[in-house]
Design a binder for this molecule. Structure first.
Ligand code: HSE
Length: 307
């Protein structure tokens, strides 16, 4: 194979209770990437459509992740990358992760799959480190593995794929304000109380159990964040109103997508997800902030080749 074109999905990290450990992949929004083998060694980003991002390999998350995988391989040639960005940078739905994970997944295919999924997660995390200063895996893992994923441990890295109940739908609203992941990490406290810890790991366990048991009520009860959301909510105008409105519209739960400003809800069934979208839109129309909105199934495949 000399070249490959792929879809690399947007992702929701944290999923309320699982800061830095839980994530899911979306089906209806993602980037397209074309990767090509070249005789000339090295990684070159030849084109980025849809966003103004650096073409310089060392400054681009896809470039850095591509170098990470190539440095560990026997391949002597080079790689050219073209990216069509549909996920806005700083939106909180894994824009950098889609580029980093997409690059390593596609290169692994071009090299006849010498690396495991876990190794690909590690390479993609190097791109995330460039984007946010921290090599978190909760966006790149679901992009690469599909569905819901849990980073059980960072050292050593251990990533678990979690069951996806088939009626689960996500609604995501992206109010048009930019929140940088690096900034929204700086405002977090570095310690938590034992009392908050107990509540939080109860919910993480509840959410994982709910996903495996396909118990939608349990999933909903577990979508609560006692640690990060109370601090980050202040960065997102309308957040509390959206939480209230989506609950009334029937969402199982609502929280901040990754580091924000996007807000996500999970619902049982597409109809409820549509009602939830309507409720979200009304909040931002009332407060006068523009938005993008998506309704999506959970993407069980992760990254995949397109024609
Ligand atoms: N877990 C990360 C954070 C995700 O919340 O900072 C960033 O998308």
């Amino acid at each position: 194979m000399e070249q490959i074109k792929i879809f690399s999905p947007a992702t929701i990290a944290n999923i309320s209770c699982g800061f830095d450990v839980l994530g899911l992949a979306l089906a209806s929004i993602g980037d397209e990437m074309l990767l090509r083998k070249t005789e000339k060694p090295g990684v070159r980003i030849t084109k980025i459509l849809g966003q103004n991002l650096p073409l310089e390999t060392s400054q681009n998350v896809a470039g850095v992740a591509a170098l990470a995988i190539l440095n560990e391989s026997d391949y002597q040639g080079g790689i050219e990358i073209e990216i069509t960005k549909r996920i806005k940078a700083g939106s909180g739905i894994g824009s950098s992760a889609a580029s980093a994970a997409g690059a390593v997944w596609a290169i692994n295919q071009l090299l006849n799959k010498p690396f495991t999924e876990l190794e690909l997660v590690k390479f993609a995390m190097e791109g995330e480190a460039l984007a946010s200063g921290v090599a978190h895996a909760d966006n790149v893992a679901p992009a690469l593995l599909g569905g819901f994923t849990l980073v059980r441990s960072y050292d050593p890295l251990d990533v678990i794929k979690i069951n996806t109940p088939s009626e689960l739908h996500a609604t995501v609203i992206h109010p048009q304000i930019e929140v940088k992941t690096s900034d929204s990490r700086k405002i977090l406290k570095t310690t938590i109380s034992l009392k908050d810890g107990v509540k939080q790991w109860g919910n993480v366990g509840g959410l994982i159990a709910g996903l495996f048991l396909e118990d939608y009520e349990l999933i909903g009860r577990s979508l609560v964040d006692h640690i990060v959301e109370p601090i980050r909510a202040m960065l997102i105008p309308g957040f509390n109103e959206v939480k209230m409105a989506t609950k009334n519209a029937g969402a199982l739960g609502t929280g901040i997508s990754g580091s924000g400003p996007s807000i996500f809800s999970l619902s049982k069934g597409e109809k409820t997800a549509e009602k939830v979208a309507q409720a979200m839109k009304e909040v931002y129309t009332t407060i006068g902030v523009d938005y993008d909105i998506y309704i999506s199934k959970i993407n069980k495949k992760g990254i995949y080749p397109i024609e």
